[in-house]
Design a protein around this ligand. Sequence first.
Ligand SMILES: Cc1cc2nc3c(=O)[nH]c(=O)nc-3n(C[C@H](O)[C@H](O)[C@H](O)COP(=O)(O)OP(=O)(O)OC[C@H]3O[C@@H](n4cnc5c(N)ncnc54)[C@H](O)[C@@H]3O)c2cc1C
Length: 503
Amino acid sequence: MSGVCGECEGNLFPENSFQCGEVFFHYGCGSITRRCSSEFDCEMKENPLSKRLHPIYKDVVIIGNGPSGLSMSYVLAGRALTYNGRPHPDAIMDAALRSTLRKDDFITESDLSNLAQCVETRVGSSPLGHLLDHLVRPGADAGLRLPPIVDWVDHPSRALSHVVVGKGPPGGTWKKMDGRTMTLSLSSWMELPGLPLHESDVGKREHVTADGCRVATSTIGDYYQEYVHKMGLQKYQRRGIVTSVSEYDDAVDAENDKKINWVVEGRDHHGRKFRYLSKYVVLACGTTDSPNRLGVPGERLPWVHHSTRDLDEFLRRQSPSEEEGPVLVVGSGLSACDGVLCAQSHGSTAFHIFRGKQGLSRWLPLTAYPEYLSVHQLMTGAATCPTYRGTGTLRLARCHNGANGRRLVTLESTEGDPEVLEVSAAAILVGSTADLSFLPRDDLGLRKGAVDSRSNPLDISLTTHQLNRLANCYAVGPLAGDMFVRHILGGVVAAATHIQKTM
Ligand SMILES: Cc1cc2nc3c(=O)[nH]c(=O)nc-3n(C[C@H](O)[C@H](O)[C@H](O)COP(=O)(O)OP(=O)(O)OC[C@H]3O[C@@H](n4cnc5c(N)ncnc54)[C@H](O)[C@@H]3O)c2cc1C
């Protein structure tokens, strides 16, 4: 048996698949690969052999296929980081590295928490996230462009069986953004381990330089997808949604003779159920799955959107005329700003309502981000433009349909006076949070309220990224306090190392 799975594009070998008639069952992603249309009636749920597929044992189940899940998969596929002995521009860090490591040592052989004390702590990244960023991009914050002082090496004996379950294509939230918006970070800060963006096919196509520059978010989404192929990670990918993670009752799985802690269940994108038994679970779900809602009546109407991408698609489809009214944009952060720019790019006027007077300056050093600076100036009244109207004194009270398909919103002043406005669309862009409904909330150790990578991350051990209240369950990325892609690697290495040591 050979060929490529039509579902995940992983290679089919006898050891990872079996054949029933003309249909191939692929253990790699658990899919059925159709080879002969006449045999397609043989669906997994009706096939007697399907029982052999479920449950599937994996050492690790990774939930989420964004940068965190993909980096985790790369490491668990049998890669390790070694110290290459190059000098670090920070003298304290350099001395600490030299006193604990020799050239070609695995960096995890030194005490990473100790090394992390050499870098200042920051809101928005975990200590290890910050440390690994210092090793991979030494001096980057000081504007230096130096080669890493760590190298990735293949380490097959450390490889663990694992699966990465993700709702959409590999790339996570980067496949759901309005691809025309630009990254906040330099392109080199968006890279995943082992594949510099400028050396990837996508990077070459887009003329990305090694120096790094801001690039379109679609470039990053395409790069993450290419990454999976280039790094040979397709065979670990499974498209689907995890709906439940529960503790396993039996101590040992007879067939695999492995300690099982978790039963992970869900559905793939064809609606077929899957079930994994695993020793470890890694939460790499990001914090963008549940857009925050205002809770006002009419918020679920089809012309009311909660992402810039949905707004963009709607405006592209409908091409509303100026007579149909402006696009209402609600929110004071960067996403709302993207919404304003999106409306203007479709030739619409943005009617922007936001809270506070400081505009966007609390989020970014605006001089480096001309598009956000321009909206900030409109918000604060420092500039005007015929396609922008903004106010910090109104709030959205309701969205409703009027006669003849008119789309109406009721806005209220601070005194409670209502004003009805006809709009062509509305976008409520007030942030988002994670959807971790597949786990009991008490186990996550959250303070009151939703997960927030800055102010309310999951309660984890900072040395292993294991949840303090849930052994054998780990969190990486924004869930663990690492807001930016460049900081994800620290948690990934910490969690993978702990898993490999306790396996
Ligand atoms: C508009 C915007 C702009 C940004 N710009 C930058 C930037 O310029 N630089 C930067 O470094 N960072 C930026 N970020 C932050 C960056 O996107 C995150 O740090 C990064 O994507 C986190 O990666 P992740 O893999 O942890 O999560 P995500 O990228 O969010 O991926 C997680 C994936 O897991 C999936 N998932 C969740 N639950 C389940 C489940 N139950 N079953 C299956 N799959 C599930 C989600 O649907 C998602 O696709 C930006 C974020 C946003 C929203």
